[in-house]
Design a protein around this ligand. Sequence first.
Ligand SMILES: Cc1cn([C@H]2C[C@H](O)[C@@H](COP(=O)(O)OP(=O)(O)O[C@H]3O[C@H](C)C(=O)[C@H](O)[C@H]3O)O2)c(=O)[nH]c1=O
Length: 178
Amino acid sequence: MLLDVLPLTGAFKIRLDTQADERGFFARRFCAATFADHGLETDFVQRSVSYNARRGTLRGLHFQAPPHAETKIVRCTRGSIFDVIVDLRAKSPTFGRWHAETLTADNHIALYVPKGFAHGFQTLEDVTEIDYEITPAYVPGFARGVRFDDKELGIEWPISSAILSDRDRNLPGLRGLR
Ligand SMILES: Cc1cn([C@H]2C[C@H](O)[C@@H](COP(=O)(O)OP(=O)(O)O[C@H]3O[C@H](C)C(=O)[C@H](O)[C@H]3O)O2)c(=O)[nH]c1=O
């Protein structure tokens, strides 16, 4: 498992260090000691899956309000996604900046999304699944979000005709979070 520092401090890209042979490969996807050495969460108390039937489906940008702010490990286990994290930490020098990675079932890349970030994705093909490891537990009344198409954020989503929930279509802009 290889942890790559991302431009938004505290977020990491997780790549597999595959042990390959003629059968295929074996690789470690999580290691509490390695995470602890990097100051990362090690105890993910919930695991969720997001299934998306159609290419262009966009979920986000979501986060949980304090004191239930979430840390997530996000990986694509079927298909492929354009995955986006947004720094919403009020005192962060990169507040309002976003970073995207293409996560696919084939590249096995995962993202470590720390507390204080919003997360969203757009699917790049039909029949896509995303696996989440999350901590702490989800609390419904603390679900928050920011518009995917907020002009100040300026996220360059790959597919223009996005499929969205009504909730996501009506999320507030970044300005409302300042
Ligand atoms: C996130 C979550 C949701 N729910 C319930 C709440 C709703 O009744 C239903 C769907 O929730 P929501 O519309 O928020 O699901 P998504 O639009 O896929 O949102 C997720 O996708 C974005 C991109 C994320 O990063 C978040 O983890 C998560 O917000 O599942 C739960 O019971 N537990 C949970 O952990």
